[in-house]
Ligand binder design. Structure first.
Ligand code: ADP
Length: 371
């Protein structure tokens, strides 16, 4: 999220940008092709030519410009995230496999009592891998993945946002299996978004909740007319959301997320794993005991703090060259040393304070599932 936050700032276009809406669609057909025809694959060259067909099937009342914007902005060449790219978080990974990935790949096995949750909230300190998890879910479940940041919905699309929300849910059904990933969901569903000057935000919030309820009703089989079926497969659409401020979400909205998964700061062994991965292809001289020391000194660091630290330390060998950098050849550059990390540790501090962490722990104990 931190990275996205910096990227998000200079937005000019009043639409979701390429990196906020992405799609991954099934390459192998789902095992039950009769009831779930394979949706078009936006990774293929034919994707652009499929758009008119999708537009033709758009239910009445859906704003065409909004739908077109969503479709055009789907990222076809994004780098994919796989489970193995994410250090640790094993409990969260299994919960997401069981609740999203397997049900999307084998809908025949997940009905009745095994009906999957329609809303999952990932919460925890910033930079702990929530966005990475959502992207991995999309890759691994071979779903159409719509990723929208709630703050861009509420700040950039005022006026147009309700149309966009309706088009988003309509397209998600049409292109099911789909995941609607809403980052920073707190800014959309906070208890404050109902007051005074935030009238427009309140309307978007209401629209989002209406669309989400309709989806749940349709999925529960309460809308089974032929007309409804034509509109797509509501049973394979999931709202996946992430937040660093779970306590800001109002109570009614919170209850809609049947599963609330805590994404904590990394444990020592997970930090070690992440350092190993980051240094794997680097020329470095860190021995086992130095690695242990590094892990000890990064207590309280998030995954993104660790990445920032390793990136800064990797600059050490270049910084030590000064002006000579320009005429030094690659193989003359010295390896990254423990001292480089020591120097970087003076600059790069954990982004979550102990007190801040306690708030997450308390909320997780009261409302969440831990992992
Ligand atoms: P969040 O959505 O929780 O704020 P992100 O998923 O956007 O965090 O993570 C930001 C960056 O931090 C990632 O791009 C990655 O470089 C690093 N990172 C965070 N958590 C992990 C993790 N568990 N494993 C590997 N890298 C991580």
């Amino acid at each position: 999220t931190q990275l996205q936050r910096t990227r998000r700032l200079p937005q000019r276009r009043p639409v979701a940008r390429k990196d906020t809406v992405r799609a991954h669609l099934p390459s192998p057909p789902p095992p039950d092709p009769d009831s779930h025809p394979e949706p078009p694959d936006p990774k293929s060259d034919a994707w652009a030519s499929q758009i008119p067909t999708i537009m033709k099937n758009l239910p009445r009342g859906i704003d065409e410009t909004a739908a077109q914007q969503l479709l055009n902005e789907i990222v076809i060449h994004g780098d994919e995230v796989h489970w193995d790219d994410i250090a640790g978080l094993e409990v969260a990974k299994s919960a997401l496999k069981e609740n999203v990935v397997y049900p999307f790949l084998r809908p025949d096995l997940f009905s009745g009592l095994r009906e999957p949750a329609r809303g999952i909230l990932l919460f925890g300190p910033p930079g702990t891998g929530k966005t990475m998890l959502a992207r991995a879910v999309a890759t691994e479940s071979k779903s159409t993945f719509f990723a929208i940041s709630a703050s861009s919905l509420t700040s950039k699309f005022l006026g147009e946002s309700e149309k966009l929300v309706r088009a988003l849910f309509a397209l998600a059904k049409l292109l099911a299996p789909s995941i609607i990933f809403v980052d920073e969901i707190d800014s959309l569903l906070s208890s404050r978004s109902g007051t005074g000057e935030h009238e427009a935000t309140r309307r978007i919030k209401t629209e989002f909740l209406i669309q989400w309820s309709d989806l749940q009703k349709a999925a529960a089989g309460r809308e089974t007319s032929e007309k409804d079926k034509e509109r797509g497969d509501a049973s394979r659409v999931l709202v996946l959301a992430a937040t660093n401020l779970p306590w800001a979400i109002d109570e009614a909205a919170r209850r809609r997320f049947v599963r609330r998964q805590y994404i904590p700061l990394p444990e020592p062994e997970v930090r070690k794993m992440q350092f190993r991965t980051l240094l794997r292809s680097q020329n470095h001289e860190l021995g086992e005991s130095e690695m242990e020391e590094l892990v000890r000194r990064t207590d309280g660091f998030s995954g993104s703090d660790i990445t920032a630290l390793a990136k800064d330390a990797a600059m050490g060998p270049l910084r030590s060259l000064g002006e000579k950098l320009l005429e030094t050849s690659m193989d003359e550059i010295r390896p990254i040393r423990y001292e480089d990390f020591e120097r970087s540790l003076e600059r790069i501090r954990p982004s979550v304070s102990r007190q801040g962490l306690k708030e997450y722990e308390d909320w997780a104990n009261e409302f969440g599932e831990r992992g």
